[in-house]
Design a protein around this ligand. Sequence first.
Ligand code: GUN
Length: 283
Amino acid sequence: MVERIDGRVVAQLINQATKQRVEHLAQQGRTPGLAVLIVGENPASERYVRMKERQAQRLGIHSELYRFSATTTEAAIIKQINQLNENQKINAILVQAPLPGELRFDRIIATIAPRKDVDGFHPVNVGKLFLNLPGNYPVACTPLGIMTLLNHYRIPLAGKQVVVIGRSAIVGKPLLALLLNANASVSILHQQTINLRTYTKNADVVIVATGHSGTVTTADFKQGACVVDVGQNLDQDQHLIGDVAYDDELSQVGFLTPVPGGVGPMTIAMLMQQTVAMCEWEE
Ligand code: GUN
């Protein structure tokens, strides 16, 4: 029988703990502060940003939203980031991806002070993660959420074969580092990989983060595999669907993260947790 990994329940547990940490900081007269920058009017980004604002408010985190038109310049965004780098009320800065037009996400991210880079996308933080350096530094929220789910459900990783499909800077690459740091043997598959199934059929854990529905199906997995679906796609009826197309014969799969209710709720929980942690690190 397949076991469903419940991201809503785990996210709620994390949010409760985060709220307590906020209350503890409040006793010392401190409030974590998150600044979110959004550029243009991408509907998915609008939805994420609304959820982030609402969750920050629920947990007692100070949040500020900065809106830019799709025709803004890199210089205008960077100017705002420089001000936020100096702003004592803000300890976490996030630029919502993707950016419209010719705006270069990497250039912009590199101007965030690494200690305020709550997404863990700055090259300094990415480097620390890949080197598995000790100490406190932010790590990309969706990969961190996936690791937290796997840990909560006691899915073993050390010595296991793990396949990640997708090589984005937001999910695939930081996941590679986290899984490697957890002693898994990791394969990253991507658009030019020939015959995905030869990899997925041998994998104990398959993490799918391509942004394309139907990337893999039930028959691609080994008996008892754990399948993590990072996809957030809309079908013809505007319903949220993942990257994995399961058929009715689910007995093959050991664990799966549903969409919605799997990885999705974890990303925001991790963002809030990390915003609070970064405030604590400042002591
Ligand atoms: N767009 C999709 N996921 C993310 C994320 O985790 N952080 C940011 N900044 N943008 C995203």
